[in-house]
Design a protein around this ligand. Structure first.
Ligand SMILES: Nc1ncnc2c1ncn2[C@@H]1O[C@H](COP(=O)(O)OP(=O)(O)OP(=O)(O)O)[C@@H](O)[C@H]1O
Ligand SMILES: [Mg+2]
Length: 349
């Protein structure tokens, strides 16, 4: 695999779970690319397929359909040597670090194992220095208080920081960060995001950042892209600035309008996009046509409930969205005035 290609590409990727009547599409017909050194933030409500997508990116789950390319090569057909390289360079920080940290390994053992396995330190002194640095980086200080601890002796946020430190041990080129800061105190959140951002800026690490929190996506992915998922499908995909400032899909608009503003007066007066139903349908009974239609304020019978809308390009900058109504309206001038603009302003996280 050559160096200029460490991007990932999803081509019509699907992933099912279960069989027969119980089969669900956790991910369905999802396509995107992440260029080397860039960030894609995946957002969407619980159960929309974010973690399943992240696990496929990291090679932990196989797609049921479609292709995943890493560095231009199909991940399914990598040689043993390439697979080994892929495993080292693509790291995942799991959503639930309790499940991903070995309960019988101390923090020292958890962090030492990859450093020793990949011969990233020459001797015990170097190892100790590196462990110390890693824990300092994720604000587990003083490191000596944490090195001999086991997962059950740590809080959720501390475990998440150990998981982040572990991902940093092997100098990854690609990090899948699945709700990496969700269980961490707000006071620490920005500093952990800054550690990850620094990797991106300084070392050109490519990121798939998974979060249900648009504020995290905004902070982390400001120069990257946001992909909005709904019931297993990608419904909007564009530069972060465009998704937040000029969203096309009504679902994205609803997500953005539910974000609190830093200024409470603004929150009170902000235009709300009312959904027709607050409930997310079950993946066992996905509504026909656009699966968002039972909740969508723009719903039109006969247009929205027949065929699945394709993820179409809306503007010359490649802004993509999957909505029949917007596809029609945006061809007509002033259509957006009727629907209403809903930009979001700069906001600290
Ligand atoms: N191993 C599995 N076996 C069966 N169903 C699964 C499995 N993993 C995920 N699912 C189902 O697939 C769907 C998508 O799950 P996924 O974990 O990808 O969602 P998510 O967007 O990460 O949600 P959350 O925000 O709650 O983390 C859910 O309905 C989930 O129950
Ligand atoms: Mg998840």
């Amino acid at each position: 695999m050559s160096d200029q290609h460490h991007a990932i590409e999803f081509q019509h990727v699907s992933r099912t779970f279960g069989h027969g009547k119980n089969r669900i599409y956790a991910v369905q017909d999802v396509s995107f690319t992440i260029s080397p050194g860039r960030v894609l933030c995946l957002v969407g409500e619980s159960g929309c397929g974010k973690s399943t997508t992240g696990k496929m990116v990291a090679g932990l789950l196989k797609p049921s359909g479609g292709r995943i390319l890493y560095g231009g090569r199909d991940v399914a057909t990598l040689s043993d040597a390439e697979t080994k390289y892929f495993r080292r360079t693509v790291q995942i920080i799991h959503q639930d670090p309790y499940a991903s940290l070995n309960p019988v390994r101390s923090v020292r053992q958890t962090l030492s194992a990859p450093l020793l396995r990949h011969k990233m330190v020459k001797n015990r002194l170097e190892l100790n220095n590196r462990l110390h640095d890693l824990l300092m980086q994720v604000s587990l200080t003083p490191p000596s208080d944490f090195l001999e601890k086991y997962p059950h002796q740590l809080s959720g946020g501390q475990r998440q920081r150990v998981a982040i430190a572990r991902a940093l041990t092997v100098q990854p080129e690609f990090i899948v960060a699945d709700e990496a800061v969700s269980s961490v105190d707000v006071s620490l959140r920005a500093s952990l995001l800054n550690i990850l951002l620094d990797l991106q800026h300084r070392l050109g690490v490519t990121f798939l950042m998974i979060t249900h929190d648009l504020a995290v996506a905004k902070y982390f992915g400001w120069n990257g892209q946001i992909g909005v998922m709904y019931l297993g499908r990608m419904v909007e995909l564009a530069d972060t600035v465009k998704v937040l400032g000029d969203p096309v899909h009504p679902y994205t608009r609803a997500l953005i309008s539910s974000l609190p503003e830093a200024d409470p007066d603004k929150t009170r007066t902000k235009e709300r996009l009312e959904l027709r139903s607050p409930d997310i349908p079950s993946l066992l009974r996905v509504p026909p046509g656009c699966s968002f239609h039972p909740r969508c304020p723009l719903y039109e019978e006969g247009l929205c409930d027949v065929q699945v809308p394709p993820l179409d390009v809306y503007s010359s900058d490649g802004h993509k969205a999957a909505c029949w109504v917007m596809a029609r309206e945006l061809q007509q001038p002033r259509a957006r005035d009727r629907i209403g603009e809903q930009g979001v302003e700069e906001r600290a996280i």
